[in-house]
Write a protein that binds this ligand. Structure first.
Ligand SMILES: [Zn+2]
Length: 414
């Protein structure tokens, strides 16, 4: 079998696999044990609401996936992409980087336009239908335009920079790209809350009061230094509740959604925060960055090898490794590899989430608040309470709500 046929075969196989997972995810976990276990903590109504929300826009999401597969196929398996690059090179008088920038912009804008109806349907229509969105149509247009501009301002220099490195350092590029992605990743997580978050949100340090002093006390017990706990106005956009942290080393900041503080008791907020601190004290972020860097390094070799072999065979329209028209091919390889590595990442993530849950319980010694917080989070976000087991195993970043509650029930002190 030629490499071209192998690619086509694996590509279709991946598509079939994605469709199978979508079908399983639609079904969920229909076992009677799960049903009974759920009803110990939730009502039939909660269960139904989660299923409805999880299944929202099912056919639209299928359509979106089909279009994606078709267009990627078109760009990789036909000379379309090479023709566009040649056209741009002619129009710019063979000025390579100018043509490359236009190519990246055209590709990005084209992807944006194709995805726009789906963004609108999922991000605006359905979020309103389920009562989550607080945005007017104008807010949504503004938000989407801003995201497009910010995304372009970040990804265009990154794309051009990568092309420059590939062209200039034909043998050492693997090391430069790996080191560069590590440094940029670290810098980005420090700079993101300073430069990007304020473009979309307002946030302020948490007010003095009993919640603040409980937070200070919690951090003290966890032996971590935290000066920055912020409340961020998610309520401007939606009713979803969450908390997260960003940054690195002494630059770490905790963000609590205002929606979380409005809907939860102080003990529950502390439990959620205890979970975030759990990630922190177990250095999950550092571990993920190290594994991610090793993955990037290996991926460089895989991409270079497969590109060389495919080009040697000469049955796919490919120019140079560093040509912008090779991007669809490289993205295809990344997505195929991703199908294999995603379950590994999601398993690692679920392990880390459980560890953070356990840390929250150890720190707060308050399993009632933990369980109440889990219940409320699931209800408020209309979480699917009976997700399919295969879907959880292969794709979920978090254990199911029921697993998290059961873990807390089994927690005994230390
Ligand atoms: Zn977490």
């Amino acid at each position: 079998m030629s490499i071209r046929t192998s690619f086509l075969f694996v590509y279709l196989l991946q598509f079939g696999f994605a469709m199978l997972l979508k079908y399983l995810s639609f079904l969920g976990d229909t076992s009677s044990e799960t049903h009974e276990a759920i009803l110990k903590y939730f009502t039939e109504e909660d269960l139904r609401k989660g299923i409805e929300y999880d299944r929202r826009g099912f056919f639209a999401s299928l359509a979106s996936e089909w279009i994606d597969v078709f267009l990627t196929g078109l760009l990789v398996f036909t000379p379309f992409s090479v023709k566009i690059e040649d056209f741009l090179l002619r129009k710019t008088g063979q000025r390579f980087y100018f043509a490359a920038a236009l190519f990246l912009l055209a590709l990005g804008f084209f992807k944006f336009l194709i995805g726009l109806p789906f963004h609108y349907y999922f991000g605006y229509v359905l979020e309103h239908r389920f009562g989550f969105s607080a945005m007017t149509l104008w807010d949504w247009i503004l938000y989407t335009t801003k995201s497009l501009l910010v995304g372009t301002a970040i990804s265009l220099p990154l794309g051009l920079g990568s092309i420059f490195i590939l062209r200039k350092f034909t043998s050492s590029w693997k090391y430069i790209i790996t080191a560069g992605s590590l440094v940029l990743g670290l810098a980005f997580s420090v700079l993101f809350p300073i430069f990007i978050t304020p473009l979309f949100y307002e946030y302020h340090p948490i007010e003095e009061g009993s919640l603040k002093s409980k937070i200070v006390d919690l951090c003290h017990r966890a032996k971590i230094e935290v000066s920055d706990v912020y409340v961020i106005n998610e309520s401007k956009y939606s009713g979803h509740t969450n908390a997260y942290f960003t940054g690195w080393g002494t630059n770490r900041k905790i963000f609590l959604y205002d929606t979380l503080i409005q809907k939860h008791t102080e003990a529950e907020v502390i439990s959620v925060l205890g979970h975030e601190i759990g990630h922190w004290v177990h250095n999950h972020q550092t571990k993920d960055i190290l594994i991610g860097t090793a993955e990037t390094f290996l991926l460089c070799f895989v991409l270079a090898y497969l590109f060389r072999k495919t080009k040697e065979e000469n049955r796919l329209p490919l120019k140079e490794f560093s040509s912008p028209s090779s991007l669809p091919f490289l993205f295809l390889v990344l997505s195929l590899v991703g199908t294999v590595t995603r379950p590994v990442w999601s398993t690692l993530s679920r392990m880390q989430e459980s560890q953070a849950d356990l840390e929250a319980l150890v720190l707060t010694k308050d399993k009632e608040a933990f369980i109440e917080a889990e219940k409320k989070l699931a209800k408020d976000n209309r979480s699917r309470l009976n997700p399919n087991r295969w879907e959880v195993l292969l794709e979920h970043s978090h254990p199911t709500t029921l697993e998290r509650i059961h873990m807390a029930e089994g927690f005994s002190g230390e």
